[in-house]
Design a protein. Sequence first.
Length: 337
Amino acid sequence: MTVLVTGGAGYIGSHTVRALVEAGESVVVVDNLSTGFSAFLPEAVPLFIGDAGDENLVEGVIAQHRVESIIHFAGSVVVPDSMRDPLGYYRNNTMTTRSLLNVAVRASISRFIFSSTAAVYGNPEQVPVPEHVPTRPLSPYGSSKLMTEIMLHDVASAHGMSYVVLRFFNVAGADPQARMGLATNGATHLLKIAVEAATGQRAKIDVFGTDYPTPDGSCIRDFIHVTDLAEAHRAALSYLRGGGNSVTLNCGYGRGYSVLEAIEAVRRVSGRNFAVQYAPRRPGDIMTMVADTSRIRATLDWTPQYDDLETIARHALAWEEKLVRERQAEIQHAASA
Ligand code: UDP
């Protein structure tokens, strides 16, 4: 009863692998390490370095490890990049999943959990946004994920597969024990940028837009701690094993914080008063994105443990400080060699 996690060495994937292993699951990972790190994986977890869309590789892994369920994270996730390189996104997200599903069908995999995104909603008609509203993605990233959702639905209907689609809101924070976190160079996510500023790696943080019709003029997001999101995957697997029907679920806390509030939380927990500069709106940004969480709470046996912006900021900061220490140690080591 092994679970295959694609992208399991990445930011969210590695937290999920850890949650599964700690729950006693047998896990195997396929990751091309383009943004992941093998060091994020517990030692006992086999890692196959390659693409989730490499049918030969994945077919071999499924047979060798008797895989019964797939949790699929591998893909590209940066909205502005997807605007510049749409075909890259359709390849890495949509086509890769098509290949993975092809193998899954051949191997009679009966359970599939897919990482989708709140970006499928575009500018939501209703906030908090429930799952049933029309999906109108504004970026190739969102479209590539929505296309995959549709494909998964069709494949599941035709081949007797059950799935859970988890639509992630703004994932942030790091492992409470600082074993894993967001380590990708050139990250663009708000909390990551804020902790980089708090640790002196950036001179300032820009706030993209302070003229939105929101209480403080900045955008509003539903930040979810990465460990809680990992637990949602574990809960989704239990749900499917218990015979649950295929379902699409928002993954957030259902509470919005503004960009300025999030930055303030990082300033508070770090005690560092880094510079905050007001900047023009970032093209493509959605003003307010908050999840209606009724469905996930009613469907999964899932109780968030870290639903607190300061806790998220504290864990993100502790992880960032660890990265800085490691980098300094490397530089010292290189200088003394
Ligand atoms: N943001 C910001 N400054 C930054 C990074 C992000 O003001 O340096 C804002 C961004 O414009 C958006 C919010 O923070 O309103 C969340 O952006 P992020 O890229 O973290 O996630 P998204 O919601 O776009 O997926």
